[in-house]
Write a protein that binds this ligand. Structure first.
Ligand SMILES: Cc1cc2nc3c(=O)[nH]c(=O)nc-3n(C[C@H](O)[C@H](O)[C@H](O)COP(=O)(O)OP(=O)(O)OC[C@H]3O[C@@H](n4cnc5c(N)ncnc54)[C@H](O)[C@@H]3O)c2cc1C
Length: 373
C-alpha cells in the first residue's frame, strides 16, 4: 500500500493547475512546495500576458497548449471571477524589413489555429494606440492579461475544495524508485527529514525540475536547465496612461525571447521588458541592472516616440527555466511520462517557460491524460 496516489512537486501556476485538475478524479493527492506559500518563483515574476499562440512552431506543445490554454483560461477567469482583461496586442513594424516579418508571423499564427490576427495600417494603428509609432502592425484581439496571483489563489482553493492536500515549507530532497511507485524524502522548515510513498510523481518544479528529475535517476544533458534572466523597467506615471494595449516589436528569430515589449497591468501600471540574459551559473539573481536603462530606452523608443530617458525606472526580474541553449533553435516544453526511461508513473515537466502561464489549464489536462491508475 502506498501512502498516497499522486504527488505533485511545485506550487507554481502549473503545479497548482495540475493539482486542481487531478483532485477532481483522485482522492489522495499531495502538492509539495518548498516555500511557505505558492508562486514564489517564476509564476510571480512574469508579464502576466494571456498569449494568443502566435509564434510557436506548428504542432509543438507550446503552440497547441497555448491556443487551447488561452480559451480555457478566459472561460475559467470568467467563471471564478479571476481578474483579467482581454485588451488585445499590437506587433509593430517600424521599418520596411519588419513589414515582411509581420506578414510571415500572421501566416505562422494562422497555421497554428490563431485565425483572428489582422494586419492594420497607420490610420487604424492611430485609432487603437494614438501614441505608438508603426508603419504597419498585427492586431491580435485575443491576447490579454491576467492577475496571476488571483489565478494561483483560485487554483489553490479549487485543489483544497476537491480534497487535495497542500504541504508548504517542505522541500523534496530525494526520490527513490520502489515497487509500484516512489519513496519521496522531504526536508521541512524545521530541518526535519521524513519520507512517504506515492504511486505517481509529477515533477512541476520549475527552475529545478531538472534536478528533481535527476533525483529519480533520470539524467539527460539535453534537459539541463539554464537560468535565463529577463529584466523589466517601469514606465513612470503619468505616461503609463498613454498605453492601452500590449505593444510588441517583431520577435528575435529563434524566440530566445520575444523582444522588449510594453505590458500593461491590471492595476493600470505599464512595464517594459523582459530582456534576455543567460546567467553564468544557475543563481537566483533577481537584481535589475540600472545601467540597462539606456538599452531599454533605445529599443522601445522606436515605437514609443513620446518616451524620454527619465520616464523609466528599474522594476523587477524573472528567470526562465531554459532548456534551449544560447543561439539554438526554439525548444518545446518537455512533458512526458517516463516509462520508456524506466520510471513508470513519473511525469516530468521541464523547460516550462513562456507560455506556461497561458497554457496552465491545458497543461493540466494533458498531464491528467498521462496518468493511468
Ligand atoms: C520574464 C518572464 C516572463 C514571462 N511572461 C509570461 C507571459 O506573459 N505569459 C505566459 O504565459 N508565461 C510567461 N512566462 C512563463 C511563466 O511565468 C512560466 O511558464 C510559469 O510561471 C511556470 O510555472 P511553474 O509552476 O512551472 O514554475 P514555477 O513558478 O517556477 O514553480 C515551481 C515551484 O516548484 C517549487 N520547487 C522547486 N523545487 C522544489 C523542491 N525540490 N521541492 C518542493 N518544491 C520545489 C518552487 O519553489 C516553485 O514554487 C514568463 C516567464 C518569465 C521568466
Amino acid at each position: 500500500m502506498m501512502d498516497t496516489q499522486i504527488t505533485i512537486i511545485g506550487a507554481g501556476v502549473v503545479g497548482l493547475a495540475i493539482a486542481e485538475r487531478v483532485t477532481k478524479d483522485f482522492k489522495d493527492v499531495f502538492l509539495i512546495e518548498k516555500y511557505s506559500a505558492f508562486g514564489q518563483e517564476t509564476s510571480s515574476r512574469n508579464s502576466e500576458v494571456i498569449h494568443a499562440g502566435i509564434y510557436y512552431p506548428k504542432g509543438s506543445l507550446k503552440s497547441r497548449l497555448c491556443v487551447e490554454g488561452k480559451r480555457l483560461l478566459y472561460d475559467y477567469c470568467t467563471e471564478y471571477d479571476v481578474p483579467f482583461k482581454n485588451c488585445g496586442k499590437l506587433i509593430v513594424a517600424t521599418s520596411e524589413d519588419e513589414i515582411q516579418i509581420i506578414e510571415g508571423i500572421q501566416k505562422t499564427a494562422f497555421n497554428n489555429g490563431v485565425e483572428d490576427l489582422v494586419i492594420i495600417e497607420k490610420k487604424q494603428i492611430a485609432e487603437l494606440e494614438p501614441s505608438v509609432f508603426a508603419l504597419k502592425a498585427i492586431f491580435s484581439p485575443s491576447t490579454g492579461i491576467v492577475d496571476s496571483h488571483s489565478l494561483m489563489k483560485r487554483y489553490e482553493t479549487g485543489t483544497i475544495n476537491n480534497g487535495g492536500q497542500i504541504v508548504y515549507g517542505s522541500e523534496v530532497t530525494g526520490i527513490r524508485k520502489i515497487e509500484n511507485g516512489y519513496e519521496i524524502t522531504l526536508l521541512d522548515s524545521d530541518k526535519n527529514m521524513y519520507s512517504f510513498t506515492s504511486q505517481i510523481v509529477i515533477n512541476s518544479a520549475g527552475l529545478t525540475s531538472d534536478k528533481v528529475s535527476e533525483m529519480a535517476g533520470l539524467e539527460d544533458d539535453k534537459l539541463k536547465i539554464m537560468f535565463c534572466k529577463g529584466e523589466y523597467f517601469r514606465l513612470n506615471p503619468p505616461k503609463n496612461h498613454l498605453i492601452n494595449k500590449l505593444v510588441y516589436p517583431v520577435p528575435i528569430h529563434n524566440l530566445e525571447g520575444i523582444g522588449i515589449h510594453v505590458t500593461i497591468e491590471m492595476s493600470g501600471g505599464v512595464k517594459l521588458g523582459p530582456d534576455v540574459t543567460y546567467l553564468q551559473s544557475n543563481t537566483y539573481d533577481y537584481k535589475v541592472t540600472p545601467s540597462k536603462q539606456e538599452a531599454f530606452f533605445k529599443s522601445v523608443r522606436k515605437f514609443l516616440p513620446f518616451l524620454e530617458y527619465d520616464d523609466l525606472s528599474p522594476e523587477m526580474a524573472g528567470i526562465r527555466p531554459k532548456i534551449q541553449k544560447p543561439g539554438d533553435p526554439v525548444m518545446d516544453f518537455y512533458i512526458k511520462e517516463e516509462t520508456e526511461r524506466g520510471c513508470p508513473g513519473f511525469i516530468n515537466l521541464i523547460g516550462i517557460e513562456s507560455p506556461g502561464l497561458t497554457s496552465s489549464l491545458a497543461i493540466a489536462n494533458y498531464v491528467r491524460k498521462l496518468i493511468s491508475i
